[in-house]
Each structure stands twice: as C-alpha cells, then as structure tokens.
Design a binder for this molecule. Structure first.
Ligand code: GLU
Length: 322
C-alpha cells in the first residue's frame, strides 16, 4: 500500500511517545560495569532522523551516554567497508546466537565461529580485522573516524567508563583468548580486546545515534552531512545483522512486536533503522534482564505504533514536509 506521512505527524508521534513513556518504570542500570551503575536512571531522550535529514529531538538528547554494544554496528560497517560482505561472513558469520551478548557457550556451540559482529565475540574479532593491521593507533583512528562520519559529528571516549570496563572485563578476556585458540582473532589479542573495550566506552548522544541510524536507512549517505559514508550495497547487509541479533536472545520477540530492526547497548541506548525512511534512537539507562533499555524499547515501539509502521507491512512509505 502507498503510505504518506508528514513531518508534523512524525514530530507529534515522537512527542507523544516521549510523554507516554517518560514515567515507564522497571529495569535496572547495568551494574557489572561499575560506571554504568551510577548513571542517573531518570535520563530519557528520543531522537529521530529522516532520510531527508530532518531531525526531531525530545528529552535528554544531548547527554553523552556509553554507546556500548551499539558500537558493534558501527565497527561492523567499518570492516564491511574494508573487507567486503563475503569476508565478514566467512571470518565472523551472520547468524543469531539465541544467547546472551557475552556468551562463551555460543562460541563453543557454533564450532569456533564468532557468529555475528553484533555479539561480544564477533565484535572483538571485528576489531581484530580493522585495518591497518598491527597498528593500534591507526586502527583506533579508523574506528573513531568511522563513528564521526556515521553520526555526522565527533565522539570521544568517556575515560572513566573506559577505565571501569577495562578493570572488570574478565569475561571478555576469556572470549578473546578462546577465539584466539580457534584462530578467529586476526591481529594481536590484547590489542583487539582493548579496541573493543574502548569503542564500547565512547560517549554518544541519542541525536548522534539517530543520525547514524538515518545514514544506514539512507543507504550509506549521511542525511545531515550528505557525505557518502559507505556503499549502498552494504546497507542491507548491516540491517540484516541488526534484524537477526540486535536484541540478543530477545531479538525475535522484538522484531515481532516492534516492526523495526534495532540494536541495543547496556548503556541504555537503542538504535533503530527503517530502510528508506528514518533512523530512530532512544536512551534511558534501566535495562531488562537481557540488557535492553526498558524505556527506550517502549518509546521506539510507541512511535512505530502511532505511525502504523512496520518494515514487513508491505507499505511503500513516503515522507513529505508540510
Ligand atoms: N561493553 C559491554 C560488554 O562488553 C557491551 C555489552 C552490551 O552493550 O550489550 O559487556
């Protein structure tokens, strides 16, 4: 069906979703990373960027929170750019694990394969694949510059979060060395793990994340800066990865109930991609038991429902200014 939405309808949906969800309770801040346990649990923001670059922000959309697992999407894009879709499939995979984000069991079950760049194992392998090989600083520059290009503005590591994660990432150290045992780390192990920890500690705003999501929705062209960040043919690859594992063991439930591929992070962020139409981001620290923000999930679902949107609805959606 042909479906037309106006800017003001979308703005209104964002505002109503914010007002309806701001008092949603439930969940707890991530506490296995001490820094995250102390973030104000009442912070809440929603941002939405259309593929024409129009952006709507409401709430704490300038607050820099830990990007955490949402960073996996951005670095997956970088290695897709650097190595191509076939190499990423071969060297990491594109399968859902059905298990928590930090599962060691998933690596064993997949017969040594890290499954997907969007779980901890595959994301550490992804960092090992970033070029230039062997050059920790050069690799970091590539990662942070890619984040800036996707988000349309620079982002920095939150030093205190980076320290907090580095001091407590024992499970991820096990994952990295287990992957090394299976020849799935393609550079120095400690360097790859450190790059992963650093990228998770980047401070990001929901407004930046919505622009990043909008860039994916817009086939690789940043809708705000108009720069081509990645080739159009990679956009469906990245959206497929997000659709299959963006909410870890709850991904099927999420897709079934929300209608939009999205990726969450334990910092409380959610990034959703509606191809050809918009990117949406929401942020609120308290998480459900799978590590997904309770309020951000509610907000994104509310927007989709109010606009009667769903990527599998079969609608041809056009957005017009009014
Ligand atoms: N840095 C976190 C970790 O490795 C990211 C997890 C997440 O956001 O799901 O545990």
């Amino acid at each position: 069906m042909e479906k037309t939405l106006t800017h003001s309808q979308i703005k209104q949906a964002v505002e109503e979703a914010y007002n309806e969800c701001k008092n949603v309770t439930g969940g707890h801040n991530a506490d296995y990373i001490p820094f995250l346990a102390n973030v104000d649990p009442n912070l809440f923001g929603i941002s939405l960027t259309l593929t024409d670059g129009t952006t709507f922000n409401i709430g704490d959309t300038d607050y820099k929170f830990g990007i955490e697992s949402v960073s996996k999407v951005l670095t997956a894009i970088l290695i897709l750019k650097q190595h191509g879709a076939d190499a990423v499939l071969k060297q990491i995979g594109a399968d859902a694990t059905g298990l928590p984000f930090n599962s060691i069991f998933a690596i064993l079950l997949e017969n040594d394969h890290p499954s997907t760049p969007l779980v901890n194992a595959g994301a550490i392998t992804a960092c090992s694949m970033v070029e230039p090989k062997g050059d920790s600083w050069g690799k970091w520059e590539a990662i942070i510059n890619n984040i800036a290009a996707l988000c349309g503005s620079e982002a920095q590591v939150l030093d205190e979060l980076y320290r907090s994660e580095s001091e407590t990432n024992f499970n991820n150290r096990s994952i990295a060395w287990l992957l090394k045992n299976y020849n799935r780390i393609y550079d120095d192990v400690d360097m790859s793990l450190d790059l992963y920890t650093r990228q998770c500690s980047v401070g990001i705003t929901s407004s930046q994340l919505a622009i990043c999501a909008g860039t994916i929705a817009n086939g690789g062209v940043n809708p705000v800066t108009k720069a081509e960040v990645f080739a159009r043919e990679l956009a469906p690859k990245i959206t497929t990865l997000i659709s299959s594992v963006g909410f870890y063991q709850n991904t099927g439930d999420w897709m079934y109930t929300s209608g939009i591929p999205a990726k969450s992070g334990v910092g409380g962020g959610v990034l959703g991609v509606y191809p050809g139409v918009m990117g949406v981001a929401a942020f609120a620290p308290p998480l459900d038991e799978a590590g997904n923000s309770v309020k951000a999930q509610a907000a994104v679902k509310a927007i989709m429902k109010k606009l009667d949107l769903g990527v599998f609805n079969g609608d041809n959606v056009t957005v017009v200014a009014d």
